[in-house]
Design a protein around this ligand. Structure first.
Ligand SMILES: *Cc1c(COP(=O)(O)O)cnc(C)c1O
Length: 359
């Protein structure tokens, strides 16, 4: 047994730490923004039927262009998109990695506005891309002015805009995206992993795609679709962007099983997304109830809530874990983040918070 330091590791990976949200078995897991609602049994059986067909044909490589899945994704997004504008991979993390492989790399840089999704710097460094930790305005907002100033200063090859932003839940105005696009020399990625939880009527950055060939909108089936275990992320962009991704993807990167399962799930998008309203209600309960316990929740358009005024985040995290409730310490001083789970899970979380804060 040797240690990592004994291996001929790339110099730029030395001293880095891998992504590592705890995966302990707990009664109430509210730490990685999953959808707490299982797949409805009827939908599961239809997915299994599709999978059976894929198993019978598994002697052949899968459709490298996952045509049927891209058609399903285009139909789901609507807005006049066609399959040539859609791409998918094993989770949107892989989609983002492919973007960095194609448009980042050595001597190139990516900018994000922290605190933001913790995987952006990890994916950037893994692809040899420099990470520029940009900043936000007060209360984790990101105005066009603040974002554009940093884009002009750094002229990055890629800009990551997370909308709504993880870990803060903060929505992002389309105006900021438009102005960042106009100021940026390179690719602008809008990560809409939590889009389905935004208030009904919120416009997607997908509406900005016409005429903007450097704009990319990424989505995920891991959150609202309750499909985190299946690993399916996707993006919409100009077909030329997708041609660039074909240069870096592994051949047949989406297995026949992934394609079959995701296409079947998309056919049931109505049933799968039926729980979104309940989840946003639980989020709103958390937002409404935490202030009376002395905490300051950050307004959220996602399926989680970041809350501040936590005197001792480690102690509160541990006290909740003692009660079987796992939330997330995202490293922001005096803050913790909790996922909106089922009604029961949310009630347990709020009851535990009440009990702990009265001690
Ligand atoms: C959860 C999350 C994703 C989704 O990742 P997958 O690889 O699709 O599971 C992407 N971006 C952000 C900001 C997320 O929080």
């Amino acid at each position: 047994m040797v240690s990592l330091a004994d291996l001929p590791l790339r110099d730029d990976l030395r001293g880095l730490v891998p992504y590592g949200a705890p995966q302990e078995p707990v009664r109430v897991p509210l730490n990685v923004n999953e959808n707490s609602h299982p797949i409805p049994e009827g939908v599961a059986y239809d997915i299994v039927t599709s999978l059976a067909g894929a198993v019978l044909a598994a002697n052949r490589y899968p459709d490298r262009e996952f045509t049927e899945l891209r058609e399903g994704l285009a139909a789901y997004l609507g807005d006049g998109l066609n399959r040539e504008q859609l791409w998918a991979a094993n989770g949107s993390n892989e989609v983002l990695q492919q973007l960095l492989l194609a448009f980042g790399g050595p001597d190139r840089a990516a900018l994000g506005f922290e605190p933001t999704y913790s995987m952006y710097p990890i994916l950037a460094r893994g692809t040899g891309t420099a990470w520029i930790p940009g900043t936000r305005d007060d209360a984790f907002q990101l105005t066009a002015r603040t974002a554009v100033r940093q884009v002009r200063e750094h002229a990055p090859d890629l800009v990551f805009l997370c909308s709504p932003n993880n870990p803060t839940g903060t929505p992002l105005a389309l105006e900021t995206i438009r102005e960042v696009y106009d100021a940026a020399p390179g690719i602008v990625v809008v990560d809409e992993a939590y889009f389905e939880f935004a208030p009904p009527g919120t416009p997607s950055a997908v509406t900005l795609l016409p005429g903007r060939e450097r704009l990319v909108v990424s989505r995920s089936m891991s959150k609202a679709f309750a499909f985190a275990g299946a690993r399916l992320g996707y993006l919409a962009a100009d077909p030329a962007v997708i041609d660039a991704l074909r240069l870096v993807r592994l051949p047949y990167h989406l297995s026949a099983f992934t394609q079959a399962a995701a296409s079947a799930a998309l056919r049931h998008s109505g049933e799968l997304l039926a729980v979104v309203g309940d989840i946003t209600q639980q989020r709103d309960r958390i937002l409404a109830e935490l202030p009376s316990l002395g905490f300051s929740p950050v307004p959220s358009a996602a399926n989680f809530v970041l809350f501040g005024d936590v005197a001792d985040p480690r102690a509160l995290f541990a006290a909740l874990l003692d009660r079987g409730i796992l939330i997330r310490d995202v490293g922001i001083p005096f803050h913790l983040r909790v996922t909106a789970g089922t009604h029961e899970e949310t009630s347990e979380f709020l009851a535990a918070m009440t009990e702990i804060s009265r001690r």
